[in-house]
Ligand binder design. Structure first.
Ligand SMILES: Cc1ncc(COP(=O)(O)O)c(C=O)c1O
Length: 400
């Protein structure tokens, strides 16, 4: 075979979420899209704000085409970086400047760029299960070693005692994600403070910085007015990976940014390295037109009410069926406890009712399934009777 040894396991373990996504399309072809309850992928259902579409039209009319479509500094347009920094400052009382921001092709690029900057072969990156499985692939890209902290049900706040035990002198980074995919949990301020304290103490002990990478594609998607602490205010060596994929429903456009504040140790060197990483990884720079859009739309807001309404309907409906799960506080995922230990069998059983969910083992957390509710409200309404039948099959509810 032609492909590399490193690539082979990736091909044979191709993402279960993507496989499910393809299955959804297949079923829709047979039963009609309205009769398939595809809760597999986190592709936002809310359209991008009209302001985004308007900005695209205005940019094409107002800004010279050679400028809009041309190369710029690998870190992004200076005016865009400045606008992003000022927007963050207004919201979170930070004191960032444009030079602290690097525009990226979404959070995936930001994560890869920062890991490339930090990791020598064998260096460790700690994550809390359940976690976005790509973290493992991204870490492996730079020959790092992923260290997984086991899940901490039922509230899924990170297990900080275990974190203390897992930090070694090879630990370079810890990745957190709040609001969280796949549980919908938001890490409380108390959790963040305690996490920061563990990392401060351990940095002293091991004698080198531990970078806290805050992966934030769901930052604004918080319900019931919940507060999502801005991590840079709690721990100096924090780098933020932000994305507009979910907040502005621009997942296919590939736009986001990295924040490397001055408080990060050797921040100047890290900023320079991250810009070069962005280039040599082949991203070169974040998509130009989308950067110009962000300049005009940086303070546009996600339609949180839309997802919150979905969350309410789905959570209440599933609990009424006899299922159990933690009530999602943010993002657009619900993490259901499987009524049988092998959640893959549960997902198979659900398919009989045209319900598609992702097994928790795709997030290193077997025994649970993820339901993405970034779908229409009507789809959830239509899916609930199917969930009822599934619950009845498991004896959670009497069949009607
Ligand atoms: C936790 C988490 N991190 C990162 C990403 C990647 O997002 P992006 O589209 O910005 O690369 C996703 C996408 O689903 C995600 O759920």
């Amino acid at each position: 075979m032609m492909i590399s040894e490193k690539m082979k396991p990736l091909v044979s373990n191709n993402s279960a979420i993507r496989v499910m996504f393809e299955e959804g399309k297949r079923l829709a072809g047979i039963y009609g899209a309205e009769n398939v309850f595809d809760f597999s992928i986190g592709n936002p259902n809310v359209p991008a704000p009209e302001a985004v579409n308007r900005a695209i039209r205005e940019i094409l009319e107002e800004e010279p085409s050679t400028f809009v479509h041309g190369y710029m500094s690998n870190a992004g347009y200076e005016d865009v970086r400045e606008a992003v920094a000022q927007s963050i400052n207004r919201k979170f009382h930070t004191s960032l400047e444009g030079r602290n921001i690097i525009m990226t092709a979404g959070a995936a690029d930001g994560l890869n760029a920062i890991l490339k900057c930090l990791l020598n072969p064998g260096d460790e990156v700690i994550v809390f299960a359940p976690y976005f499985l790509e973290y493992g692939n991204y870490t492996a890209n730079y020959d790092g070693k992923l260290v997984v902290i086991p899940p901490n049900p039922p509230d899924f706040q990170p297990d900080l005692q275990c974190l203390k035990e897992k930090i070694t002198d090879r630990t370079k980074a810890v990745i957190i994600n709040t609001p969280h995919n796949p549980t919908g949990v938001i890490y409380s301020e108390e959790t963040i403070r305690s996490l920061a304290k563990v990392l401060e103490d351990k940095q002293k002990e091991i004698g080198h910085p531990i970078v806290l990478i805050s992966d934030e594609p769901y930052r604004e998607l918080a319900y019931d007015g919940a507060d999502v602490p801005y991590i840079t205010g709690y721990y100096d060596n924090t780098v933020v990976c932000y994305s507009f994929s979910k907040s502005l429903s621009l997942a296919g456009e590939r736009i986001g940014y990295l924040v490397i504040p001055d408080a990060v140790e050797d921040s100047g060197e890290l900023l320079q390295a991250a810009v070069i990483a962005n280039r040599v990884l082949g991203y070169v720079n974040a998509p130009s037109l989308m950067q110009r859009v962000i300049l005009r739309c940086v303070d546009e807001e996600a339609d949180v009410a839309y997802y919150e309404r979905n969350r309410n309907l789905l959570y209440t409906g599933l609990i009424a069926c006899g299922f159990s799960c933690i009530r999602p506080q943010g993002a657009f995922y619900l993490f259901l406890k499987s009524p049988e230990p092998d959640e893959k069998k549960f997902c198979e059983a659900a398919k009989k009712y045209n319900i598609l969910m992702v097994p928790g083992s795709s997030f290193a957390c077997p025994g649970y399934v993820r339901i993405s509710y970034c779908v229409s409200y009507e789809k959830i309404e239509r899916a609930l009777p199917a969930f009822k039948k599934l619950a009845a099959e498991y004896g959670l509810l009497q069949a009607e």
